[in-house]
Design a binder for this molecule. Structure first.
Ligand code: IMP
Ligand code: MG
Length: 183
């Protein structure tokens, strides 16, 4: 993609770097209070949540471990395939941990619902879900999150780990992506 088209597709910044930082500091304090004295495992769903997890775990002041899973539900565009495929699994035996799933965004909820059910079946000490972004208007499965840092309208967004066709993950903020803006 040429650099002009790359920038023109970003319609506007919807959540700034400073706003993200402030919410993550609060979420880190919340986790540190909630899991004091307990074995905590933060599970990140790759690739989208890799930046969120790396900032969130540094805002946690109690001992914790991190683990990674890879699930794909979107291919190259902005339309969900509706199929969740676990392509990389955790190494830890989660029955010894209080598990917190760290997700980038909940859209239809299908991906996280499948992952949460899979992890519940492995009998963790407890299971909670933290998401950076939540698009409640788009939900097709019932799914309760324990903490959503930002609720957003039905927009396709990129940045801070979220991609469109694998690009834009490295933006330090969240922007609305508008594919027509570059036509
Ligand atoms: P769900 O299964 O429909 O909830 O979709 C979850 C996955 O779709 C997320 O973890 C993202 O990887 C991707 N996704 C959903 N909405 C967006 C978006 O606005 N921008 C980028 N990726 C998204
Ligand atoms: Mg994701």
């Amino acid at each position: 993609m040429d650099s002009e088209k790359y920038s023109r597709s970003l319609a506007r910044v919807i959540i700034s770097e400073e706003e993200i930082k402030a919410k993550i500091a609060e979420a880190g304090q919340f986790l540190s209070r909630e899991y004091e004295g307990k074995p905590l495992l933060l599970v990140s769903i790759l690739k989208g949540a890799f930046i969120f997890l790396s900032d969130l775990c540094r805002a946690v002041t109690i001992p914790c471990e991190v683990g990674f899973m890879c699930a794909q539900s979107y291919y190259s565009g902005t339309i969900s395939s509706g199929i969740v495929n676990i392509t990389m699994d955790l190494q830890q035996d989660i029955s010894r941990y209080h598990v917190v799933i760290v997700e980038d965004i909940i859209d239809t909820g299908r991906t996280l619902n499948d992952i949460a059910n899979l992890l519940k079946a492995r009998n963790p000490l407890s299971l909670k879900i933290i998401t950076l972004l939540d698009k409640p208007e788009r939900r097709v499965v019932e799914l309760n999150t324990d903490l959503s840092l930002f609720t957003i309208p039905d927009l396709f967004v990129v940045g801070y780990g979220l991609d469109c066709g694998e690009l834009y993950r490295n933006l330090p903020y969240i922007a609305e992506y508008n594919e027509n803006a570059a036509e």
